[in-house]
Design a protein around this ligand. Structure first.
Ligand code: ADP
Ligand code: ZN
Length: 659
């Protein structure tokens, strides 16, 4: 067993270095981490959080999804036990599914965890209570409701509680995007369990939420650790939506057999897109809040167990998916804020392997969001009136509508802009962006040192239409010549010289602008028109059948006084999905071996009734497929192989590797 007293700490960029500022952990703790989890290095801030957890100091850990928050409360519970502390640690978790998966994962590593929740029979619960009494459980997962059930605190008190971790702690804050009333009650913890340290974890970066968590939980002199919000293994691409279906097929073809989440704005869209993908021979299903809870949990379960590749969902699909190898997250429409975008794309690549986030957007999305906001604000205002609410309540409503508009505009500028996406996101969350020097030692290899090397802008995929200004002038001219009386589709028809009955009837085929853009297809031209609306060159009237009219700026562009930039629909990729050719350290990943290992993992998971990632993560399988260990000793060196899994699974996996 290795007994290095100083565990190396990875830098924010995933490169291993010996931690200089990180606290030195007890060698026995380092040994635990290697033995139980098979991790030879710690991620940024994990050492600090673990040290504070062991010392019993309150903490607030803010790390992006996939940053490794769970280890921060799992390790101290074990360390305390080894040091002879007989009390247990408790973890509050909002969803039973999350809890179950975490416990399964920990037990597969030989870690003494258990959970108590409403999905269990009385006998099962009695068994867990007995095991806790017998000192066989070190970390107990419970829902907030259960923790606050009268009598439960007395029972816990009699067992002895050392620390309480609160996972997804932003649910306690009304400022967060996922407020849960039952979390609100957790403010009682401090008085219910005096002398017990509290450890809040969240992936939500906004400072008001952070402050609120500290205040609500009455954290005492907490160690606040805020991780780096950049996700260097994610490749961001943001493209104009010209033909959504064709574009999504392009993405999915790069990801055959991979886990993909596709977000749509409405329930109906998820249904029709899922149906279309099934017809195109993809293993897809839809998920939205209008489905029965049985149907929803079935989709979720099939996805987690790797029986389903693609989930086409509304944003209702999110928390509770614990599949770390999601290789792509696709947005079919513009999210309503950068916070939502960050949260939803954050579900890709939690295992640290290269994954892709693609957003298709159009100005039509902005208009849709605006009308949704308008409608719900009107309804809320009417309700407030009926209730005889005071001016303050109305002002608060106006403020929240205005806030929503600002958030949408921020998302719009990010999508429409051509600045590095990684930088934009990181700076939006108030952090400084330092591009990663990507070398072969890093967890991912993009081989590009230009900017972040992991977004469409830095990969130079963002193309502007040839001669954008002229194209824009031709479209503006088509609007003017047809009398500013038509919508985008008709104007596009005139500009491309379409031979339609309508064009003929209106005599527009004889206009000089007719066919001025005959080399472009209709969808592309409609998209250009929307971009021009977005840039304020054209306005759409607010009638039932909106028509396009030129703005002052549009007139100037038509006269050739201003330049116009239009984004062209993307053409191919400079770099495809990298997984198959990824290099791991000095070794190239054998893609066919990787596939065979995944099949083996799925079979084992099915027979053991656990999610596949509980067996091994993709990152671990990939390292096996690159290093091809020949003996148990070599197998033990792979990241993610702990003592228990070595004994339990080593020979089975070696057999497949040696075949
Ligand atoms: P979070 O809760 O922050 O979203 P998790 O705790 O689920 O993240 O960790 C994400 C993934 O990273 C998991 O697959 C976990 O096993 C892995 N992980 C965590 N810490 C380390 C580490 N020090 N070295 C390697 N992998 C790690
Ligand atoms: Zn970039």
């Amino acid at each position: 067993m290795r007994t290095d007293s100083l565990i190396p700490v990875q830098t924010a960029h995933g490169v291993d270095v010996v931690g200089c500022s990180a606290p030195e952990l007890d060698p026995a703790v380092v040994d635990d981490i290697q033995r139980v989890w098979g991790f030879h290095t710690l991620r940024p801030l994990q050492a600090e959080a673990i040290a504070a957890g062991i010392a019993g100091r309150d903490t607030l850990v803010v790390m992006p999804t996939g940053g490794g928050k769970s280890l921060c409360y799992q390790v101290p519970a074990l360390a305390a036990a080894r040091a002879g502390d007989t009390r247990i640690d408790v973890c509050v978790s909002p969803l039973i599914a999350l809890m179950k998966d975490q416990v399964d994962g920990l037990r597969t590593n030989g870690y003494p965890a258990a959970s108590l929740h409403s999905g269990m029979t009385n006998e099962e619960r009695d068994d867990v209570r007995r095991a806790v009494r017998a000192g066989e459980v070190r970390l107990l997962f419970v829902s907030p409701e259960r923790l606050l059930t009268p009598g439960f605190d007395t029972w816990l008190g009699s067992v002895g509680v050392r620390a309480i971790a609160i996972d997804e702690a932003h649910c306690i804050s009304q400022w967060g995007h996922d407020f849960r009333p039952e979390y609100r009650q957790l403010k009682q913890l401090r008085t219910m369990f005096p002398g017990v340290s509290l450890h809040a974890c969240t992936a939500t970066a906004a400072p008001p939420v952070r402050d609120d968590i500290v205040a609500q939980l009455e954290l005492a002199d907490p160690l606040v650790l805020v991780g780096n919000f950049d996700r260097p293994n994610l490749i961001y691409r943001i493209e104009p939506r010209v033909d959504g279906r064709k574009q999504i097929l392009g993405v999915l073809q790069r990801h055959r057999g991979d886990a993909v989440i596709v977000y749509c704005m409405s329930r109906k869209e998820t249904e029709s897109l899922a149906e279309y993908l099934v017809k195109e021979k993809f293993n897809a299903a839809c998920y939205h809040a209008g489905m029965t809870s049985i149907a929803r949990s079935k989709v979720q379960e099939r996805f987690t167990r790797e029986k389903l590749d693609i989930v086409v969902a509304t944003v209702a699909f999110g928390m509770g998916i614990d599949r770390s190898n999601v290789r792509a997250v696709v947005h079919m429409t513009l999210p309503k804020s950068i916070e939502h975008y960050q949260q939803e794309t954050g579900r890709a690549g939690r295992d640290g392997l290269e994954s892709e986030c693609v957003l298709f957007h159009s100005y039509a999305d902005v208009m849709k969001w605006n009308s949704i906001t308008q409608r719900s604000a009107d309804e809320a205002r009417a309700r407030l009136h009926d209730e005889g609410a005071d001016a303050d309540a109305l002002a608060a409503l106006d403020a929240s509508v205005a806030q929503g508009r600002v958030q949408l505009e921020a998302m719009q500028s990010m999508a429409g802009g051509a600045a590095c996406r990684h930088r934009w996101l990181v700076e939006h969350f108030g952090q400084r962006y330092e591009p990663l020097a990507r070398d072969s030692g890093a967890e991912n290899t993009t081989g590009n040192t230009n900017g972040c090397g992991a977004c469409d802008v830095c990969l130079q995929e963002v193309r502007m239409a040839n001669d954008s200004t002229t194209v824009a002038r031709k479209l503006l001219s088509a609007v003017v010549r047809t009398g500013q009386r038509y919508g985008a589709a008709y104007v596009a028809d005139v500009a491309r010289g379409a031979d339609t009955e309508e064009v003929a009837r209106r005599g527009h085929a004889s206009l000089p602008t007719y066919g001025a853009l005959k080399d472009d297809d209709k969808k592309t031209l409609v998209n250009y028109i929307f971009q021009m609306v977005e840039r304020g060159l054209l306005a759409r009237t607010l009638d039932e059948h909106p028509v396009l009219v030129l703005t002052e700026q549009g007139h100037r562009a038509l006269r050739g006084e201003v330049e116009v930039q239009l984004r062209a629909p993307p053409k191919g990729r400079s770099r495809a999905h990298a997984t198959a050719t990824t290099v791991h350290g000095a070794h190239e990943v054998d893609a066919s071996l990787f596939d065979r290992l995944r099949t083996l993992r799925r079979e084992l998971a099915t027979s053991r009734r656990v999610p596949p990632y509980v067996i091994f993560s993709d990152a671990t399988l990939m390292e096996m497929a690159a290093r091809k260990p020949q003996s148990l000793d070599e197998f033990a060196q792979i990241k993610g192989v702990g003592e228990k899994k070595l004994a339990d699974l080593g020979l089975t996996f070696l057999r497949v590797i040696n075949e």
